[in-house]
Ligand binder design. Structure first.
Ligand code: HPA
Length: 280
């Protein structure tokens, strides 16, 4: 009886589900990938600039990955060879605001790490609380405020073979990778990203609150994936592409505008991702 209970709990672990999905992934695109890049809203065009696409499968072919419901995500998983690196490019993500539990939101990140990736580059479209960082500005994420009220580290203790709870997040966004990005693009700004549950843009009052809390950027993704990746020992980098000044700072906000700005900034973004991927 005890054995049965233990093995059931083990089978249900989100970490084991990611390991299972990683086997499927490696069967579909081949083993040996070392970097994963998650492309945010409107970033799909960046994939082709990274190198030669050698595999292209629907993300939903991986067990446990729901179909994306957000415009601006390709829903494809590409393997791209850059010359020095094999990169898995995830053309979309699942969000809390779509109604997914936190383990589903971080499932693809856990999967690519289980498949062998040691570096995870998270990109997103976001609002800026800093007027000088207007639409079209990429900002290197140096730290984050997880304001989703959720954590990928909540729930049962990770099973044996996986790091335990209470991982250190002091250097969540790798100082080494940030230095590489800044060396490649010295005009790049850094900022603290506040990740909210989302589903609606913020109110001006919420933006005032976030500014007081130390946020430079605001969005509805990234923070949970960053924690999940760091917990599993990956090096994490994040780039927020500012698509709008935050609520109350200018005009009204629309997802269409967010996608247009993101698409228009592909070249600089590709150069930045390449700098992060190529960091020795
Ligand atoms: N707020 C939250 N998420 C966003 C924004 C914003 O202003 N812009 C793009 N994603």
């Amino acid at each position: 009886m005890v054995t049965l209970v233990c093995s059931t709990a083990r089978m249900d672990s989100p970490f084991d589900r990611a390991a299972t999905a990683a086997k499927v992934l490696n069967n579909r695109v081949g083993t040996g990938s070392d970097v994963a890049v998650v492309l945010g809203s409107g970033w799909a065009g960046a994939a082709g600039g990274l190198g030669e696409i050698v595999a292209d499968v629907p993300l939903t072919d991986l067990p446990g990955v729901p179909a994306p419901t957000v415009a601006g995500h390709s829903g494809r998983l590409l393997r791209v060879e850059t010359g020095s690196r094999s990169v898995l490019v995830l053309g979309g993500r699942n969000h809390l605001y779509e109604g997914h539990p936190v383990d589903t939101v971080v499932h693809t990140v856990r999967t690519v790490i289980a498949a062998g990736c040691r570096t995870v580059v998270l990109t997103n479209a976001c609002g800026s609380l800093v007027r000088e960082n207007g639409p079209g500005t990429p900002v290197l994420i140096c730290d984050q405020l997880n304001l989703t009220g959720r954590s990928p580290m909540s729930g049962p203790e990770p099973p044996p073979g996986f790091p335990g709870r209470f991982c250190d997040l002091t250097d969540l966004y790798s100082p080494r990778l940030r230095a590489a990005a800044l060396a490649a693009d010295p005009s790049l700004r850094e900022g603290v990203y506040a990740g909210l549950l989302g589903g609606a843009y913020e109110t001006p009052a919420e933006i005032s609150m976030l500014r007081t809390l130390g946020a430079d950027l605001v969005g509805m993704s990234t923070v949970l994936e960053a924690i999940a990746a760091r917990h599993l020992g990956a090096e994490v980098a994040g780039i927020g592409l500012v698509t709008n000044l935050a609520a109350g700072m200018a005009g009204v906000l629309s997802h269409g505008e967010v996608l247009d700005v993101a698409r228009g900034s592909t070249d600089r973004i590709v150069a930045l991702i390449n700098a992060l991927i190529g960091a020795p």
